[in-house]
Write a protein that binds this ligand. Structure first.
Ligand code: ATP
Length: 264
């Protein structure tokens, strides 16, 4: 009995500590442009990790490697225990249904209503539901992002913040385990940006997701990051909480925070 309990404890401890995303010794170049050079990152269940780095440092390349849109030159990427590079296109599709990707552009279809935009990923991933079940799912996720009343509207009738919420709802409708956010607040005014950051946190708890967030918006970073990873010269240069990095005396880290504070 005691042995069984010990084994069960070991399993649950391992589950809590196994990363949902693991990137090890990642290398990616384009010709002579060495973008990622021995980059390492682990994201754990329920964690929000911000990847911070200057423009062109390789943040988007990293995200694209994680979801198999780009193939790495060397290194290992494991997402929800799948070795991404070894997946065929069907298996990648299955994995991508569990990994929500919120594009900077929102990528909503302008010719479709909000309802049709939200139904699209269900059809795309062959999720078989009755009309009533589909409607329930659409209304449920729209209610969660506070926009149930927009169901029959066109994206062009919505504000930038509302479109961002709809794009988030469209990702959440598949009940993802992981969210990848690419500049979620870029182009929004500060108040709307704050609302979107709050919504990201709220939805993360509601849907029990882990997330990688790429952002230059220090308010969003401060609000959402459990941990920040600084990508400099293709590597994870330093990582820590917002407070830890804010107090870090390394010149490159200090430079980042000083630049931001000077813009306030
Ligand atoms: N498909 C590609 N072919 C060639 N070079 C590429 C490709 N994708 C990205 N790069 C290069 O990789 C580098 C990193 O680009 P990436 O888009 O990841 O930067 P980033 O950190 O996301 O920048 P930003 O903050 O401006 O979005 C850049 O030099 C870019 O030109």
């Amino acid at each position: 009995m005691l042995q069984e309990q010990t084994i069960q404890q070991d399993v649950s401890t391992k589950e809590n500590h196994d990363p949902v995303i693991s990137v090890r010794h990642l290398y990616k170049s384009f010709g002579s442009n060495e973008v990622l050079k021995d980059f390492n990152l682990e994201v754990y269940k329920g964690e929000n990790v911000v990847v911070l780095g200057k423009s062109g440092s390789g943040k988007s390349v990293l995200i694209k490697c994680i979801i198999g849109l780009l193939e790495q030159d060397a290194g290992e990427i494991t997402v929800l225990n799948d070795d991404v590079i070894s997946l065929n296109s069907k298996e990648l599709d299955v994995l991508r249904a569990k990994v929500g990707f919120l594009f900077q552009s929102n990528a909503l279809y302008d010719s479709m209503t909000v309802r049709e935009n939200l139904e699209f990923p269900l059809r795309r991933h062959w999720i078989k539901l009755t009309a009533a079940e589909t409607n329930d799912k659409v209304m449920d996720v729209l209610t969660n992002v506070g926009l149930a009343h927009t169901v029959d509207m066109m994206p062009s009738e919505l504000s930038g913040g509302m479109r961002k919420r709809i794009a988030l709802a469209r990702t959440l409708i598949l009940d993802p385990e992981i969210m990848l956010y690419d500049e979620p607040t870029t182009g929004l005014d500060p108040i709307t940006a704050k609302e979107i950051s709050e919504l990201m946190l709220e939805m993360g708890e509601k849907y029990n997701t882990s997330a990688i967030i790429i952002s230059h918006d220090m308010n969003c970073i401060r609000m959402t990051a459990d941990r920040i990873v600084m990508l400099i010269d293709g590597k994870c240069y330093v990582q820590g909480t917002y407070r830890e990095l804010e107090q870090n005396n390394d010149p490159q880290v200090k430079h980042f925070f000083e630049q931001w504070q000077s813009k306030q």
